[in-house]
Design a protein around this ligand. Structure first.
Ligand SMILES: [Zn+2]
Ligand SMILES: [Zn+2]
Length: 85
């Protein structure tokens, strides 16, 4: 297990499936695409629409391309903690 990244901040979370542990299996809020209170990932950083994520369950670190680039409103459905400029 990796240590949690020092940039991991509970105030910046993203609702993306973990490619390593797939802990959302059988979870109702996740299946419905809602912001589940149990299954979320740390948003370590982002470069444009590319997110750098860490899973709090298994500490796996990966990058996730959202393709959300231009539309900030769509970002806000996936990410909590980003503020409008
Ligand atoms: Zn995981
Ligand atoms: Zn869930």
């Amino acid at each position: 297990m990796l240590p949690l990244d020092p940039q991991a901040d509970i105030g910046r979370r993203a609702w993306v499936a973990c490619p390593n542990c797939d802990d959302r299996q059988g979870c109702d809020p996740c299946a419905q695409g809602r912001t589940c209170s149990t299954h979320w990932r740390y948003l370590l950083s982002n470069t444009g629409s590319l997110l750098h994520l860490q899973c709090p369950s298994c500490t796996h670190v990966w990058e996730h391309e959202t393709h959300f680039g231009a539309t900030r409103s769509r970002w806000r459905r996936v990410i909590d903690g980003l503020r409008e400029q």
